[in-house]
Design a protein around this ligand. Structure first.
Ligand SMILES: [Zn+2]
Length: 504
């Protein structure tokens, strides 16, 4: 039992105390001095406290895997990059060398394949660009992916070449993905370490509970075990897992007994440190790559955008002019949602474009229980769509930090339409349940950055869509708990809820 005294939950509120029990729940609280005190009483000296944040949409394992990789953020020149890679090679003598946050714009020129080959001609070396869309490889990495001098460029990407037409190690878009995917999957132990590290870094931002929105990207059985083991070893955040549809119902699905056994090992209560929360489906792509499924067209769209061959092009299915990429046909999407819904799962769908959102709402409506499910991103919404959303009432999740990080590519692809991205005010006014999250690791993921962006929309975005601080904090705390199916257990300061809070 710990007692915290002399804190305020609002700038003008009186001093308060909280008592937290052995299970980490708020057992009691009140105004003034605590009814009992002991040696463990912590005096917060009048500080303002709020419930810990809930990040209900991010990628926990990938966040941790990036933390394990060599970070090039401190490098300012090609020589710095090579020094760091050489050091890594000496310190960790086995396997691939993966580096992140490579940025040739800072160095003035690119690292060459020859320079990397001089560090090792046997070990694959791959430096990922800070954008996540390109990388530089050495010869061993290219060979591991089966890429030779006469390998043709893949759809939606290309291998960089020098003036003589020889491979120079530069990899763009799908070519970058092909070589990245050639590296071996992390082992169970590596996954556990990565999840623990991610938990630590997120907890340092005041986050108590977070949702992994794509569990099963490598191997569902390994990942379920890794998240459970991380929880048992005291991972600093509670984890909620949204399993990729294909790994449960589709071509990558596990043996049913094995799957049931893995899920049974997880405690499903709201206070659980790790549990399966639902099923994740992607309806479309992203704005920056012109692959979100939108009405109208992208102003900066190029014909060689990264459209994967098996994806149905949006244009095939609509009567109006549409652009971008649907990951599944409308019929298939509806079937997938119904399949997961009938088993009792909450379904969470990535939908960035307004056209994709219409199809997602059609699918949710078909379940007869649309308020159970969640739509992720919903970045482009018309007034009539907001009316329809309000009628069906699914949870809506927004990632306001995107407004700061990707303004340039939004403007390039959507022109003036980008001003109305992420319509927080309109969606809240329509009465919808809104949670804010980060989607890290594609952004840094400090909840304060997201809250700031939602309250003071950055230059170039319609200020009429801003919300208040109180609304933003609630969206980044208790609303995250609710959308995860945990009621008010996380992100609220009430009796019986999690006693994790942050002080400011
Ligand atoms: Zn995501």
């Amino acid at each position: 039992m710990s007692i915290y005294k002399n804190c305020r939950i609002d700038t003008n509120s009186p001093l308060q105390w909280f008592q937290v029990d052995e299970l980490g729940r708020i057992a009691d609280f009140g105004i003034g001095t605590p009814t009992s005190e002991d040696a463990n009483t912590i005096d917060l000296l009048g500080r303002h406290i709020q419930p810990a944040f809930v990040d209900a949409h991010c990628h926990i394992l990938p966040t941790g895997l990036d933390l394990i990789k060599l970070h090039l953020g401190t490098a300012n020149s090609v020589a710095d990059v090579l020094d760091l890679v050489r050091q890594r090679h000496a310190d960790h003598p086995e396997g691939w060398i993966h580096a992140v946050h490579y940025d040739q714009n800072k160095y003035g020129k690119d690292v060459t394949l020859e320079e990397l080959d001089k560090i090792s001609s046997i070990r694959p070396i791959l430096l990922r660009h800070v954008s996540g869309h390109s990388s530089v490889a050495n010869t061993a990495a290219l060979l591991a992916a089966g890429v030779h001098e006469n390998t043709p460029d893949p759809d939606g990407g290309h291998y960089g070449r020098d003036a003589d037409g020889r491979l120079n190690g530069q990899l763009f878009e799908h070519a970058h993905e092909i070589v990245t995917n050639a590296s071996p999957n992390p082992t169970l132990e590596e996954m556990v370490d990565a999840i623990m590290l991610a938990g630590e870094s997120m907890n340092a931002f005041g986050i108590s509970c977070a949702s992994d929105m794509m569990t099963g990207r490598f191997d569902l059985a390994l990942e379920l075990n890794a998240y459970r083991i991380a929880a048992e070893r005291g991972c600093k955040i509670a984890t909620r897992l949204y399993l990729q549809w294909n790994t449960v119902f589709g071509r990558k699905s596990l043996d049913k007994d094995l799957f049931d056994d893995l899920v049974k090992k997880l405690d499903l209560a709201p206070s659980s440190r790790c549990k399966v929360a639902g099923i994740k489906i992607f309806a479309d792509g992203a704005i920056g790559s012109a692959t979100a499924a939108i009405y109208g067209s992208f102003s900066g769209a190029t014909s060689d955008g990264p459209v994967l061959a098996h994806h149905a092009r949006a244009a095939k299915h609509a009567e109006k002019e549409v652009s971008g990429t649907l990951i599944y046909s409308p019929e298939k999407l509806k079937k997938m949602v119904l399949t997961a819904h009938e088993v009792g799962y909450q379904v969470s769908i990535h939908s960035i474009g307004d056209y994709a959102t219409d199809l997602v709402l059609d699918a949710f409506e078909a379940t007869g229980n649309p308020e159970k499910h969640r739509i992720e991103h919903a970045m482009i919404l018309s007034d009539s769509q907001i009316e329809r959303l309000a009628k069906l009432n699914p949870y809506v999740t927004f990632q306001p930090e995107f407004l700061c990080r990707f303004a340039h590519s939004y403007k390039k692809q959507l022109g003036n339409r980008s001003a109305n991205l992420i319509r927080v005010r309109s969606v809240l006014d329509a009465g919808l349940r809104v949670s804010f999250n980060s989607d890290r690791p594609i952004v840094a993921g400090d909840p304060r950055t997201g809250i700031e962006a939602a309250v003071n929309r950055p230059e170039g975005y319609n200020p009429a869509e801003a919300c208040t601080y109180a609304e933003a904090i609630s969206a980044y705390t208790v609303e995250g708990s609710r959308v995860n199916g945990d009621g008010d257990y996380w992100g609220s300061l009430s009796r019986g809820s999690s006693g994790e809070f942050v002080f400011l």
